[in-house]
Design a binder for this molecule. Sequence first.
Ligand code: ADP
Length: 212
Amino acid sequence: MIPIKLSKRQLEILEIVKEAGPITGREIAEKLSLTRATLRPDLAILTMAGSLEAKPRVGYFFNPQSEVRQSAANLAKQIVNNYKAHPIVVQKSASVYDAIVQIFLEDVGTLYAVDKDGLLAGVISRKDLLRAAIGNNNLEELPVSVIMTRMPNIVTVKYDESLLDAAKKLIHNHIDSLPVVREVDKEKDMYEVIGRITKTTITRAYVELLEI
Ligand code: ADP
């Protein structure tokens, strides 16, 4: 669905129908002190958009599903850049021990590893760290570069992509977090990390946009 921007009068009509529906076009016109003919295009738009339903000889009804669809459409068109959180990064030469400390200190589920130029080199999740810790008692000597998921296998999202695209990437790849990146050199898989989008980000956006 393509979200449409309603005019002030169309919003007024929706309010009237919500309160008083079913209601005829003539009754709506009376409430707004307008003629039926003036309202006709607005009613046609609202009906086509699915916000109103018209029953012959009964009048207009409000369709509550349309509000849900509108909210979902609003969520879908939000841009990653406005929701991204601060990325928590470690040098790829850092030890697994330091990464574990970092993940607790920063209270995150995923760390991003960068190379000496600050470019994205890897992703380290909680389970990556747990797996590395099992049976290994020298975590201070083990660099995260050995256990991380590395380029070119990292799923990223660009800052100008939509939240819907980010959510789809999380779901389709069965992962919890996406580094938000700015391209430095796409051919060479060189990206600067400028944020993170996680399942929590998406959940928070959902609540913010649907809470009245
Ligand atoms: P966890 O492993 O703690 O359940 P995830 O589900 O996010 O967390 O990670 C699962 C695996 O996918 C891990 O091995 C991790 O390195 C990898 N991973 C996590 N995020 C990404 C990403 N954005 N791109 C590629 N791989 C990722």
